[in-house]
Design a protein. Structure first.
Length: 691
């Protein structure tokens, strides 16, 4: 056996042992952590495990189907999801190695692959979310576009499209990579078939890739979720897509926050990845640099640039679309929508270490100086202006911690300076010192953040206690009430883990009013300092929460389905409504009236199922029966409200006042000028009676 073969075998053994160690470290570190990311983890767990996939608002059908199997582990389902996440993350390393090895050699490729897993990106393995699976699939796609170039154009297009289709069935964000892939296929065809009908071959690749992507995505969706699975965006992202593209006026309104977000992301990239970006800039600017680059590096740069640009554009527009959520939302840097690309940038920097034909070339010096200036600008201005969290931007968050930042800044500047003088030395410093510092600072920041997740908070304790007390059946008819809007009630629901459980937000310190108590629920779990109605006696109480058995005097005698308002004969006519829809009716104006066929009882209860539009959410609606007027509030999601009235026995109408009628067009939904406010799905009439 030759020395090179022995070295290769040793490197292989070390590589696989290191991967096994990283996997074990991630699993042990994640074990026993309480859930952290809400509402994301709750939505994904709820859709994957508690409801049919056809009811999911998230179109991540492949992820949901696979991670739904974690229900087989009972209450350890979250640990099962974390193990699956760790498997996907670690499985990406061999493909990263295969991408890097032809460009920067075996040792550098192994080091890049391992360091890509050690850093802050592995924090996503702790969450019930598709990030780790998506990371793996993107790495496989990136390996495929480089490794499958020998295939015939139609085979290449199909192969690439199949992987992209699987990505799209895992996370809808892959849709935004499609235009980038189309442009890349044009570039790849030109590079490989310039003298042999490259445009026709590119057309074949593109058509085959798009067809394969669509076939896989819709086939997976239909098989797993039926006709609902053919909805490309899903209900959740479909609403966002409509809100960001529905009117020119709204797009112009989104432009300033989009530009502000773009500026933040560009500064963040300049701070995190100065050498890889400088290397790409030099390759674009210098013909000599292109000639000296390893074969295939230019194509990888084009692919990385296009994919990063597409993902970054999507991230910026998504952030801008959250403008109505408050100023803090538009300052968040959601790098998790593109940090799966970072290992490719590490490879691009490491590839420079394979060439030694480099004096201090003028072009490289200029690029290095400009990169250093941009790096310093980002270091001085980024953090005060933008909100940077461990979930949104784990790599950036970790290097901005005091000691990590103090070490990283001089190292990054030294790397750029050394690269300007000798490209190979600068790239070696990046690979062997700066990249390990970034990775280890990310691992340390994650350790510190996760240390806090080892302890339960009041919502964890409340949810676990309620589940143990009421059992599975009781949990399906339980409502969690807590401070909101916020993650607390969803955190409790995560532990209650029942498909029928619901949540209700209350302002901090606000009392639980009787109208918030639905007679259709058996239990209410009240978390936090919220006074209970006098007749509510908890069956379980601690300083943090109270569990109450629901008792109401509502005895229903008639139900009006607003999708068929006159069908049951309870309602004679209605005023102030828009058209009848499949779910019910919207108000159309300042007030609506329901005229009943018979007089309402003297001790009347009215249970409505309704939601509010836009600015009406959280404001006071008024219901009037006879001379009595009572207020209630609604969110934008459907809720139930129970109100009680005393009448003289002759009243035959119910009136509801809308606080702020507004058109969907005014909210950015083009083409709907109706003046709406409350959406009524159902009105249930009852007699008040003691239990």
């Amino acid at each position: 056996m030759s020395a090179s073969q022995l070295l290769s075998r040793k490197l292989s053994v070390i590589f696989w042992l290191a991967l096994a160690a990283i996997f074990a470290w991630i699993v042990v570190r994640n074990w026993g952590l309480y859930p952290m990311v809400f509402a994301d983890e709750w939505h994904y767990s709820n859709s994957a495990r508690l409801h049919p996939l056809s009811e999911s608002i998230l179109p991540s059908y492949l992820f949901l189907a696979l991670y739904g199997l974690t229900s087989l582990l009972g209450q350890q389902f979250l640990e099962g999801a974390r193990i699956l996440n760790a498997i996907f993350l670690v499985s990406a390393a061999p493909f990263l190695y295969l991408i890097a090895q032809p460009l920067c050699g075996r040792r550098a490729a192994a080091l890049v692959a391992l360091l890509s897993l050690v850093g802050a990106v592995n924090s996503y393995t702790a969450y019930f979310m598709p990030e780790s699976m998506y990371f793996f699939l993107f790495v496989v796609l990136s390996w495929g576009v480089m490794a499958w170039r020998a295939l015939a154009p139609w085979r290449y297009g199909i192969a690439v499209g199949l992987v992209l289709g699987v990505m799209l069935a895992t996370k809808v964000h892959a849709l935004f990579l499609v235009p980038a892939l189309v442009v890349f296929l044009l570039c790849r065809s030109y590079a490989d078939y310039r003298q042999d009908g490259w445009l026709a071959k590119a057309a074949v690749m593109i058509v085959c890739a798009l067809a394969a992507t669509a076939l896989v995505r819709f086939a997976v969706g239909y098989v797993l979720a039926g006709p609902t699975g053919l909805n490309l965006y899903g209900n959740f992202y479909g609403g966002l897509a409509n809100s960001t593209t529905s009117s020119t006026e709204r797009l112009l309104r989104l432009l300033p926050p989009a530009l502000f977000s773009l500026q933040g992301h560009l500064l963040a990239l300049a701070l995190l990845l100065p050498l890889p970006l400088a290397r790409m800039a030099l390759h674009a600017a210098s013909a000599q640099a292109r000639r000296d680059s390893p074969a295939g590096l230019g194509l990888l740069m084009v692919y990385t640039f296009l994919m990063l640009g597409a993902a970054l554009a999507m991230t910026v527009m998504f952030t801008a679309s959250l403008l109505d959520g408050g100023p803090a939302e538009t300052t968040r840097l959601h790098q998790r929508y593109y940090n799966f690309l970072f290992p490719l940038l590490f490879i691009i920097a490491a590839a420079s270490a394979t060439r030694d034909k480099d004096g201090p070339a003028p072009a490289r010096v200029i690029v290095a100086v400009l990169s250093a200036a941009l790096f310093l600008l980002a270091a001085m201005t980024l953090q005060p202006a933008y909100l940077i969290s461990h979930v949104d931007s784990p790599e950036l968050f970790s290097i901005l911690r005091k000691h990590a930042f103090q070490l990283m800044v001089p190292l990054a500047l030294a790397t750029l300076a050394l690269w300007a003088w000798r490209a190979r030395l600068g790239a070696t410093l990046f690979l062997c010192l700066l990249l390990p510092v970034i990775a280890l600072s990310g691992a340390n920041a994650t350790r510190i953040m996760f240390k806090g997740a080892l302890a339960a908070n009041e919502y964890d304790r409340a949810g676990i206690a309620a589940r143990q007390h009421v059992g599975r059946e009781g949990a399906n008819r339980l409502t969690v009430v807590g401070d909101g809007p916020g993650p607390g009630p969803l955190r409790a629901l995560f532990h209650i883990d029942a498909p029928g459980a619901q949540h209700q937000d209350l302002p901090p310190g606000a009392p639980l009013l009787p109208e918030l108590v639905s007679p259709r629920r058996d239990w209410i779990l009240v978390v936090g300092q919220h006074a209970l109605p006098p007749d509510m006696v908890p069956v379980l109480r601690t300083p943090e929460f109270a569990l109450v058995k629901v008792k109401t005097g509502h005895r229903p005698y008639a139900v009006i389905k607003m999708s068929r308002p006159l069908e049951a004969g309870v309602l004679l006519r209605h005023e102030g409504f828009s058209v009848v829809e499949s779910w019910g009716m919207w108000s159309a104006g300042k007030e609506v009236r329901l005229h009943l066929a018979q007089a309402l009882p003297k001790a009347l209860t009215v249970l409505i199922k309704a939601r509010a539009l836009g600015p009406n959410a959280g404001q006071d609606f008024v219901m009037q029966v006879g001379s009595q007027r009572k207020t209630f509030r609604l969110a934008e999601g459907e809720q139930e409200r129970l109100l009680s009235f005393d009448t003289d026995g002759t009243v035959t109408s119910i009136m509801i006042e809308v606080p702020q009628p507004i058109s969907p067009e005014a909210l950015g939904h083009k083409g709907d000028s109706r003046t709406l406010g409350i959406a009524l799905a159902e009105v249930e009439l009852g007699n008040a009676a003691a239990d």
